[in-house]
Each structure stands twice: as C-alpha cells, then as structure tokens.
Design a protein. Structure first.
Length: 438
C-alpha cells in the first residue's frame, strides 16, 4: 500500500510544481500591473469619485430642491465627492491632502513621486494650491508630515469639506427688510450657485463662477443668501463651491473655497460673505489670512450648532467678522453658536424668500444674517471716506444696538446691525446698476 502511494505521489509532484509556478507567475504579474497602474488608478479614483456622470441626465429635477432643470449649468455637475471622517469626526475628501506653496515647493513634491491631482494658481496671492493624492498604505497625517519635510514653508492640511450653515424652514410668512444703497456696493458670495432668473437677482448678479468641476448649479441656500444681499442693495458676484457626496448632500471642498476667495480678490471685491461652516483647516486659514492682509473683509455665519457647540470656521478665524442671527424682537436664534468670536448680530430668523415662489415658507439661520452685515460693510465702503476695513468695523461697533450684557458678549457680539430703510423687493430688483455684467 505504501509503495502504491509513493508511486502516485511521484507521478503528480511534477504537475503540482508546474501549477504552483503558473500561479506564482500570475500573482507576480497582477502585482506588477497594480504597481505600474498606480498613477492610472489614482486618475481613475478621481474619475469615479469626482467625475461620475449624473444618472439624472441632461434633463430632470435637482436632487436637493426638486426644481426642474434642463440647462447646461445644472446638468454639468458630474461628480460625487468621496467623503470620509477622521478620528475627530471631521469630514474630508478621501485620500487627499491640500498644500499651498510656491512653484519650487510644488516641484519638489512632484519630483519626490507624489501624484498631484490638481494645481490651481492663486493669482492674487502669488502661490499655488495643490491637491495631492495619499500613497497606498500611508495615512493622511503621515503624508502631511512627509510633505512638510519636503516643503517646510508650505501650508499643508487634510482636504476638509464644509457644509452650508444649517437653516430651518417654518410656515410663517414674514418679509425681510431691504434697503437701496449706491450701486458701488459689491459683495462676493461664496456659497452654492444662485438663481439669477429671480426678479430680485437678475439685475444684481455681476458675475458667477463654479469651482467644483467648473460647473455652476443654482440651489436654494446660495440663492437666498445672494437674494438677501441684493435686496439690501448690493451687487453680488457668486462663487459656487459646492458639489454633492455619495448621499447627495451638499459639500464644499476647502480647495474650492480657497479658489473662490482668490477669484474674488482678483476681481477686487473687498467684502466677501461665506455662509458656510466646517473645521479649522490650515490651508484655508492661510488663504484667509493672506486675503485679510489685503484689507478685504470676510464676513461669515457664526454657525447653528447651538449654545454649547464648538466654534466653526471660517467664522472663528482671527479677523473674520462672525455674525449671529436674531429675530424681529432682537432675540438670538435658538440654534446659534456662542463664543468670543461673535462680532455682530443681524436679522436671520423667519426670513422670507421668493425661491420657487415659496412665500408661505421662511428660513432661519446664521447663514441669512451674515449677508446683511456684509452688505452694510460694503455700503459704508462705497459711501464714506473710511477706506480701511478696520475703520469701518470700528464705526459699526459704535453704531450696533447693544443686546444682552453691556458691551461685547458671547451671544450677540457688539450688538445688532440694522438696515436703515425698508423697501419692496420689486423696487430694489428694478433699480439701475452701474456695474456691467460679464
């Protein structure tokens, strides 16, 4: 019996050895293809995560608002942004980091073999913003450390994403106060796209640009924010910095926000409203610090996380004018953030909108208070001899209606800023403008 077994094994050993060699060869080839195709795989990852064609096609309804859409701007949003959470719960784009640096530093990163997903020249700052792919098997934090060693002077951070500063809808119809101001008042809106077909916006929107895939999609949030500024008398340049994640929720990548700020700086817009909130991001902080150094005002929503919430950004960055929301009686919005970073309050509770002719709905949130303060700042720059942002802000501090504890406090900041006149939306919508649309 043992002899028979030995004979049988002797016959099949060569066959087994040959099969094993073939299997090892196939594995080796697959591994080689995997390594060789890494750059193509990285490019493919971008295609899957950021260039996937919408199943809605060129016609259909917007996933968020239900509005019918069959125009190129709405249908050209091709991406679902691939989002992950870090250990602190912050959302970011998967396997990417951001870097702001000069051309020499970017060249060193490329020479070291890192795959650069995208480069964007920040003309106003004289720097380059790069999206860099994280290598296989390497963490985001480790990648940042490696890149910082290559470029010690660069600002490097995870590619964090931001959300619209949340709002709520209520079945109470209350019109917002509006004022007419000189046509020189100009506010940059960094938000979703705004629907300039509305009567209140069609003469007010100077320029618009998309910063995610280059597409511009009008949505509710940006439309209402821009409408508030326009009805208050400002011309607006609108930067759409939002895409959607795999769950079709709105997300604004930090790179898009940075690119939008640069775009507005190039166009010499001195007051920029950002009704967006998210984590502290070193790259965005760098861009905002550089913008503020050019004597530009950045006004931002203070956030809607509630009284115990942590500060949100960009509102909490030094030098940014953070705005909270109050109702018609001067009572703070119940969901508004509190903190030492709050600068002013403005009306942002039960705000009506003409978006989709939904006059029976109103909106509440710090998002909608922020553009009022931005417009007041722009008005002062256009009508007074005070040309420095710090001087204008100091004057507004003295004029603010003190609410809460005397002086500046963590709920209302320096107090409420109020538009001086009330006009109808139609009257403001048809006023003549002196800035030519581009």
């Amino acid at each position: 019996m043992d002899g028979a077994v030995d004979t049988f094994l002797g016959r099949i050993r060569p066959a087994l050895a040959g099969a094993l060699l073939v299997a090892l060869g196939l594995l080796s080839s697959a591994e080689a293809l995997s390594h060789e195709g890494r750059e193509d795989s990285d490019r493919g990852h971008e295609t899957r995560s950021e260039r996937r064609e919408s199943s809605d096609g060129r016609k259909g309804r917007d996933r968020e608002t239900g509005r019918e859409r069959d125009d190129d701007r709405a249908s050209s949003r091709l991406t679902d942004i691939d989002v992950e959470r870090d250990r602190r719960g912050h959302e970011r784009i998967r396997e990417e980091v951001l870097m702001v640096a000069d051309t020499t530093a970017i060249g060193a990163v490329r020479a070291a073999g890192y795959f650069i997903v995208e480069e964007r020249t920040l003309d106003a700052l004289g720097e380059i913003l790069a999206r860099i792919r994280v290598r296989t098997g390497v963490s985001v934090d480790q990648t940042i450390q490696e890149l910082q060693a290559l470029a010690p002077q660069a600002s490097i951070a995870p590619h964090d994403i931001f959300r619209p500063s949340a709002d709520t809808a209520e079945n109470i119809a209350v019109r917002t106060g509006t004022t007419d101001v000189p046509s020189q008042a100009h506010v940059g809106i960094v938000d979703t796209g705004a629907d300039d077909s509305l009567a209140s916006l069609k003469n007010a929107v100077v320029e618009q640009q998309g910063f995610v895939d280059g597409s511009y999609v009008p949505r509710m949030h940006g439309t209402v924010v821009a409408e508030i500024a326009a009805l208050a008398g400002a011309h607006v340049s609108v930067a759409d910095v939002f895409g959607v994640d795999d769950d079709k929720r709105l997300v604004a990548p930090a790179a898009a926000i940075a690119g939008a700020i640069n775009w507005l700086l190039v166009r010499r817009v001195r007051v920029i409203n950002i009704s967006i909130e998210g984590p502290d991001n070193l790259v965005l902080a760098h861009v905002i610090e550089r913008a503020l150094a050019k004597d530009v005002a950045i006004v931002a929503a203070a956030g809607n996380g509630g009284p115990a919430a942590k500060p949100v950004f960009p509102a909490a960055y030094p030098g940014v004018v953070a705005v909270t929301a109050v109702d018609e009686h001067g009572q703070v919005y119940r969901r508004a953030n509190r903190g030492d970073y709050i600068a002013f309050a403005a009306r942002g509770v039960r705000i009506s909108t003409k978006w989709q002719a939904s006059s029976s709905k109103t909106l509440s949130g710090t998002s909608f208070a922020s553009p009022i303060v931005a417009t007041i700042l722009a008005q002062r720059l256009a009508t007074t001899s005070e040309q420095h942002i710090s001087d204008v802000v100091a004057t507004l501090r003295n004029e603010a209606r003190d609410l809460g504890a005397p002086g500046r406090d963590t709920t209302y900041g320096w107090g409420e800023l109020v538009l001086p006149e009330v006009r109808t939306a139609d009257a403001v919508a048809h006023r003549a403008i002196s800035i030519t649309k581009r």
